[in-house]
Structures are given as structure tokens and as C-alpha cells.
Write a protein that binds this ligand. Structure first.
Ligand SMILES: Cc1ncc(COP(=O)(O)O)c(C=O)c1O
Length: 354
């Protein structure tokens, strides 16, 4: 990468206890920032102490929502080294999302080298305990100050790091999911397949109302309210008697890295994994025939999250007697085994820091 300036903090923070990590509450000592200006390209790559930004109040991110982020993790390996999990997947998704939002994304090498250097500098923050990891949050925002709806000519790419524990307080226990029939996360032709900040703003109301009713997350449906899309901030898999189904990517669903990983693991194991449309009605019918075995969500934050209950305004079904299903457990063990270097990385998903 063009000369990366590094300014180390003179006030390193104390490390939080691993039992008190939670998710996204603590941030490391440093952050990466790179600027972009149309006509000039990317410039001024810096690693600096974690700090506030100065931003023009007219910056396009604040008015027209030009904001796109990623979520990935670094894991402490058995030999004490640190590895990123499939970082190229995240670059690829960010770069496609940036194009959809008329934003700029740093080239792949700049993205990967910048993140690796940052994680190396803050390496002491990568937790050692299984179940914990260093969450990496690359973000791009439009920083040009102007009013008027058009793509900005200036962007800031920044990366912050957060040591994290379990995403759900329930841990690997099954979660209760509210079937959301009113609010929609994303519509055809919109931004659903990108990690645009706007999608998360659109999701808050439904999640808040579901929490009030005692549910952890919502099951998002498509615009006809018939087909299943995602569960909260996770992709979703249903295990039926004869096949395993995850909704096909249709432009409204976010293509998850863990979704892709789980599909590849299931295929390699010769299991019948199918990407297709899946209706609520089909799930209910299979359940009433005893042919719905288990269901789980997949995402970087929670890895695998078993679903114990699906409830809508008119019906409810329970799965797995309050316990994680055997396939969910197997996938969790395989995936986390690879991530922490406990099992062979036969798929070459780990990117070790040099
Ligand atoms: C809406 C949504 N769906 C699915 C996922 C899962 O994606 P990944 O497996 O890349 O973490 C996420 C992010 O975690 C998300 O925000």
C-alpha cells in the first residue's frame, strides 16, 4: 500500500475482561483511515489512535445516507498467532455495495493490507478464549459537504476494532423469533443485498417491537409477506426431513459470508443443501407433518444461532425442545473449529497475519 503513516497511542487502554466483553462495547487503541477524492483517488492512509472525527455538517453521509459497512472477525489461533476469516469475501461484498450506493471502495490490496496492519498493531486486543474474537468493522462514508441529492466526491474509509464475546445473551441456546408481517427490511430493486447503513435503520422498529414482546429477533419476509428472507441480522436455514433449505439470493437478502461457508461445508459433506424460495406455509406444513427438524441463523456475530420458536400474530411453532439441534451443533463445531485453528483449514478460509 502507498506509505501508511502510523501514529501509535501514548495512552494504551486497559484490556476488558473476557467475561465482560459483550458485543461492540469496547474499542481498541487504534483505527485505520484512508481518504478518497474524485480525480485524486485514495490518499493519506493512516493508523492513528482511536478518536472522534471532524466532519462537515453538510457531509453527504449525514443527509443522504451514503454509508456502507462490513463485519468480519480475527481469531486467536492455537499457536498464539492471529487469523482473519475470509476477508476477501468482505472486500468483495463491500466493493459491490459501494457501486450500488454510488460510493467508492478501496482496492482489494489496500483494504486487506490496511486491515491486517491495524489488527497487528492492536494484536493484544484479540481475545484468547474460545467464543471470543476481534470484530472488525470497515466502514465507508460520504464526507463531501454539500446539499443536493447526488453521489459525493469525497469519501472516508475507516476501520475500527472491537473485542467481542457471545452476540446473544442466550449463547448457543435456541432463540425465540417473531415472524414480522408488517414491517419490511428491504424491497425488490432496493438496497437489501448491500450492507448499507440504511437497511439497519429500516430494521430497528420491528426489532424493538419484537423485543418488547419477548423475542430476540424478527423473521423477515419478502414484500408479498409469503416467503422467508432472513432472521434479524442473520441468514436462515431450515432443516427438513429430506433437504436443507436456505432462501435463494433475490436482491433483498444479504449474502452472508457464514451463509456461503455453511453451504460449502454442507456440500462437501454431501448433504442435500438447496437455495430456493421458501414460504412460511411450507415451513408450517412440514412442521405439522413432523418433517421440520431444526432451523438456525448464520452470521459473523453469532456464527450459528439455533431457532427454538417461531411466532406470528396468528400461529406459533416450537423446535427442538429448547435445545440446539444436532446439525446446528455440528456446523458450529466445524466452523468455530476452523476459525480457532482447532480443525484443519482444508478450505483455505483463514488469512494469517504475517
Ligand atoms: C441483514 C444481515 N443478514 C445476514 C448477515 C450475515 O452475514 P455474514 O454471514 O457475512 O455475517 C448480516 C451480517 O452479519 C446481516 O446484517
Amino acid at each position: 500500500m502507498m506509505s501508511l503513516q502510523i501514529q501509535k497511542t501514548t495512552h494504551p487502554k486497559p484490556l476488558p475482561k473476557s467475561s465482560e466483553l459483550g458485543f461492540g462495547k469496547h474499542f481498541t487503541d487504534h483505527m485505520l483511515t484512508i481518504e478518497f477524492e474524485r480525480g485524486k483517488g485514495w490518499f493519506n492512509p493512516r493508523i492513528i489512535p482511536y478518536s472522534d472525527f471532524q466532519l462537515d455538517p453538510a457531509a453527504s453521509v449525514l443527509h443522504y445516507g451514503q454509508s456502507l459497512f462490513e463485519g468480519m472477525k480475527a481469531f486467536r489461533q492455537q499457536d498464539g498467532s492471529v487469523a482473519l476469516f475470509r476477508p476477501e469475501f468482505n472486500w468483495d461484498r463491500m466493493s459491490k455495495g459501494a457501486d450500488r450506493l454510488c460510493m467508492e471502495c478501496p482496492p482489494k490490496e489496500m483494504f486487506l493490507d490496511g486491515i491486517k496492519t491495524l489488527v497487528k498493531i492492536d494484536e493484544r486486543w484479540v481475545p484468547k478464549e474460545k467464543g471470543c474474537a476481534l470484530y472488525i468493522r470497515p466502514t465507508i462514508i460520504g464526507t463531501e459537504g454539500f446539499l443536493g441529492v447526488r453521489p459525493a466526491d469525497r469519501y472516508l474509509f475507516f476501520v475500527i476494532l472491537s473485542p467481542v464475546g457471545a452476540y446473544y445473551a442466550e449463547g448457543l441456546n435456541p432463540v425465540k423469533i417473531w415472524v414480522e408481517e408488517q414491517y419490511l427490511r428491504a424491497a425488490p430493486g432496493g438496497l437489501g443485498w448491500t450492507k448499507a447503513a440504511a437497511n439497519y435503520a429500516a430494521s430497528l422498529k420491528a426489532a424493538q417491537e419484537a423485543k418488547k414482546k419477548g423475542f430476540s429477533q424478527v423473521l423477515w419476509l419478502d414484500h408479498t409477506r409469503k416467503y422467508i428472507e432472513e432472521v434479524g441480522t442473520m441468514n436462515v436455514f431450515f432443516v427438513f426431513k429430506n433437504e436443507i433449505v436456505t432462501p435463494a439470493l433475490d436482491g433483498t437478502i444479504l449474502e452472508g459470508g457464514v451463509r456461503q461457508t455453511v453451504i460449502e461445508i454442507l456440500k462437501a459433506q454431501g448433504r442435500p443443501i438447496v437455495e430456493r424460495n421458501l414460504s412460511l406455509e411450507e415451513v408450517q406444513t412440514a412442521n405439522s407433518k413432523g418433517e421440520l427438524i431444526e432451523a438456525f441463523g448464520t452470521g459473523t456475530a453469532a456464527v450459528i444461532s439455533p431457532i427454538g420458536e417461531l411466532t406470528s400474530s396468528t400461529w406459533s411453532l416450537k423446535l427442538g425442545n429448547g435445545k440446539i439441534g444436532p446439525l446446528s451443533q455440528k456446523l458450529y463445531d466445524e466452523l468455530t473449529g476452523i476459525q480457532y485453528g482447532l480443525r484443519p483449514d482444508t478450505y483455505h478460509w483463514l488469512a494469517k497475519l504475517m
